[in-house]
Every structure is written in structure tokens, then in C-alpha cells.
Design a protein around this ligand. Structure first.
Ligand SMILES: Cc1ncc(COP(=O)(O)O)c(C=O)c1O
Length: 402
């Protein structure tokens, strides 16, 4: 009997990135001469610190060898310094550099959960977690946070009722993508208490740590009560506007987790050598750059909020951090709306590309009327984009909602 040539189930199950799947349509619009305000990808437009490129250019060695799987010593020391400024002392073995936060997410999930295990997430959710879950055979169990109640977790019971014998971890993204939510002390305490009570890991995704419009940057690593439960996944992609550098880290005080992560890291050999060197000055002295960056995002948030307030029927909670805004619109299907904006609409030869939010949910049927916008344009452009979005919405209602 001949066997069919078939790819794996997970290969068939995994979804394309909701953020990237409209790119072909955008290309077609651009080839028609339409200017697109691209608010879809969290790819910062801000120039990164000059030190990074200077360090790349100053690399003098003739070889570009593998770095150690544990990370280049000076690079790890730079992370340790960075964390010390946050009031956290990490030993060398508490942190392993990764290929962006994306790799750290995969490592963290693999370290704490087996095939068939469950991991609690709050939805809407940074959609990449869904892809990792499919790749690793892990089931994500959603706890709903709602735009109507400001995405606040009001009761630990909402989480508790989702915990089963298979639950291994809770993921918390702070500041959050896609909602722009900052987790309050009360909410974090709730999660910490649950993690202790039920022996769960907390995977804290702190990619956007400094990008918050009030209060001081925080890390779950400073929560001593749950020190063994916490696994932080981190990145320089956003705070230093360097997503292409692919530098992140995983940090935990749990020695067993770190021993496992080291073995995963050995399997993938190493993180880029050049980039690890070039990131050192930023981790050591990057604070002034980050302060300027946050000021810029704050201005953009204000511009976006001002524009959104003028959109009839738009509902949103002003983003408190990261550089995203979830917006509910009076529409039936956000994917259809985004397609309409790219294929059927333009105002003075301009349109807007946002991200439909259906794929940011695990529960079927949610997010139908929600889009996410990323503040990756300068204030003036963002203001124009909000105006074009408002006009696009009216055109969509007239053409598609009758
Ligand atoms: C919440 C969150 N985690 C992780 C990542 C991935 O970051 P990196 O570029 O460091 O892989 C992103 C990227 O947008 C993100 O939004």
C-alpha cells in the first residue's frame, strides 16, 4: 500500500499571522497608487539608538563564530545590569539570551508544559501564542477580558474556574498587546496568589516593559512570593526599536526551568554573535533613549485617541501602554472591513490598514467588530490616518451594512 505524502496535522492546523495575511492586498492597493497608512504591524518606525549600528560596524574580528548557547558573557552581564536598574538581582544562570522574545515564548512554553497540557491566557491575545501552542501541542484556555469593562480582571474566580488538572501556566503580557492594558498591582497579586495556590507557572511577557504612559516599569521577577513560579520573556525589539536585531531573553529563578531552557538553547546553538555585542551598550546605558521613545508614543497615543473620539460609534479604552489600541467599531466583520479598506476604498488616494481582531481570540465568534491599530506613524500622519479611517468606516457602512 502506498502512503500519501502528507504534512503534519500541526502544519495544517497552524494559522497564518493575522497581522501579515493582508499584505498581498496592500501591495495591490499600492500598485494602484494608493498611499496606505499602515497601522497593522508592531514594527516601530522610530530610528534605533546609534550605538547599535556603530557597534555592528566596529566589529573587528575576522570570524563570525557561534556564540555560547548561554549567551556571550558580556551580553549576559549587560542584561544583569539592566535588571539591576529595575531592582532585580539575577545570577548568570538566571537568564539566557534568545532570538527575540518569540524564541523565549517557545522555550518557556516547552519548559513548563507537555503535549496535551493547558496554559491559561487572557483574550484578546497576542496571536503568536496560538501558533506556538499548535506547534507544541499545548491547549490554550482563554479567560475573557472585555473592552466594555476596560479589559480589567475583576475576580480571581474568572481564572480559577478555568484551572484544571492539566493547567500548567498562566500567561500575562504587561503592558499588553493588543489591548494596551497595564496590569494593576491588585491583578498581578491575584495571579501570583493563584500561581502559588495551584502550583502554576506564570509566563510574564514583558516585551513592552518601559512603554507605559504612567507609573514605573515593572517586572514579575521582583515578586519574591512567587519567585519559583515566574518565567519572564523579554526583548529589546520594542524598547530600542530593534525588532530586526532578534535579541531577547528568558529569565527565571527556577533552576529546573533554566536547566531545561539551556538544553533547548543548546539545540538551537546560539543567538546572533554580532547582535549580542551590539546590544550591550543599549542594555547598559539605553535609559535616556527609552525615555524619549515613551514620550513619543505618549504623544501618538493622545493623537490616536483624539482622532478615535471623532469616529461615530467607535468604542475603546485609551491605551495605557505598549503602542496598540483595540477599537470596537459599528461593523459586522472586522476582516471584511479591513479588506474593504484595502480593496474598495480610498480617500484622496489614501487608505488605512489596521489589523482585524478575530484572530486575537481563541473563543469562536469574538472580536468580530474589533480592530487593532499600532502607533507606528508620527503624530501628524496618525491624525490623518484617523480621519481616513473615519471616512472609510462611513463608506463601509453605506456599502456593506444595508
Ligand atoms: C507581546 C509580544 N510578545 C513577543 C513579541 C515578539 O517580540 P520579538 O520581536 O522580541 O520576538 C511581540 C512582538 O510584537 C509581542 O507583541
Amino acid at each position: 500500500m502506498t502512503k500519501k505524502l502528507l504534512v503534519s496535522n500541526r502544519a495544517r492546523e497552524i494559522n497564518p499571522s493575522p497581522i501579515r495575511k493582508f499584505l498581498p492586498m496592500a501591495e495591490r492597493a499600492e500598485s494602484r497608487g494608493i498611499k496606505i497608512f499602515k497601522l497593522n504591524v508592531g514594527d516601530p518606525d522610530i530610528i534605533p539608538p546609534g550605538e547599535f549600528m556603530r557597534a555592528v560596524k566596529a566589529y573587528r574580528q575576522k570570524n563570525l563564530g557561534y556564540a555560547p548557547s548561554t549567551g556571550i558573557l558580556r551580553h549576559v552581564e549587560a542584561w544583569q545590569k539592566y535588571y539591576r536598574r529595575l531592582g532585580v538581582r539575577l545570577s548568570r544562570s538566571d537568564l539566557i539570551p534568545t532570538v527575540g522574545c518569540a524564541e523565549a515564548i517557545g522555550f518557556a512554553l516547552q519548559a513548563v508544559a507537555d503535549v496535551g497540557d493547558e496554559v491559561l491566557v487572557f483574550e484578546p491575545l497576542y496571536a503568536n501564542y496560538k501558533s506556538f501552542a499548535v506547534m507544541l501541542g499545548i491547549k490554550l484556555v482563554p479567560v475573557a477580558l472585555n473592552i466594555g469593562t476596560g479589559f480589567i480582571l475583576n475576580s480571581s474566580k474568572d481564572v480559577e474556574k478555568k484551572i484544571s488538572s492539566k493547567t500548567k501556566a498562566i500567561v500575562v503580557i504587561n503592558p499588553d498587546n493588543p489591548t494596551g492594558k497595564l496590569w494593576s498591582e491588585a491583578e498581578l497579586y491575584m495571579l501570583e496568589t493563584l500561581a502559588k495556590k495551584y502550583n502554576l507557572f506564570i509566563i510574564a511577557d514583558e516585551t513592552y516593559r518601559e512603554i507605559r504612559f504612567s507609573g514605573r516599569p515593572q517586572t514579575m521577577l521582583s515578586r519574591k512570593a512567587a519567585a519559583q513560579n515566574v518565567v519572564v520573556v523579554d526583548s529589546i525589539s520594542k524598547r530600542f526599536s530593534l525588532p530586526g536585531a532578534r535579541i531577547g531573553a528568558l529569565a527565571s529563578r527556577n533552576a529546573e526551568v533554566m536547566a531545561a531552557v539551556l538544553k533547548f538553547a543548546q539545540a538551537r546553538l546560539s543567538v546572533g554573535t554580532l547582535e549580542q555585542y551590539a546590544a550591550i551598550p543599549l542594555l547598559e546605558h539605553g535609559k535616556p533613549y527609552v525615555s524619549r521613545l515613551v514620550k513619543e508614543y505618549k504623544k501618538r497615543q493622545a493623537a490616536a485617541v483624539k482622532g478615535l473620539k471623532k469616529i461615530k460609534g467607535a468604542k475603546f479604552v485609551a491605551s495605557q501602554g505598549a503602542f496598540y489600541q483595540t477599537v470596537a467599531l459599528p461593523i459586522d466583520n472586522a476582516e471584511r472591513f479591513v479588506e474593504f479598506m484595502l480593496a474598495d476604498f480610498s480617500y484622496k488616494n489614501q487608505t488605512v490598514m489596521a489589523t482585524p481582531m478575530q484572530d486575537f481570540y481563541i473563543s469562536k465568534g469574538k472580536g468580530q467588530n474589533e480592530i487593532r491599530i499600532a502607533y507606528v506613524l508620527k503624530v501628524k500622519e496618525l491624525a490623518k490616518a484617523m480621519d481616513v479611517l473615519a471616512r472609510g468606516l462611513e463608506a463601509y457602512k453605506a456599502a456593506c451594512l444595508r
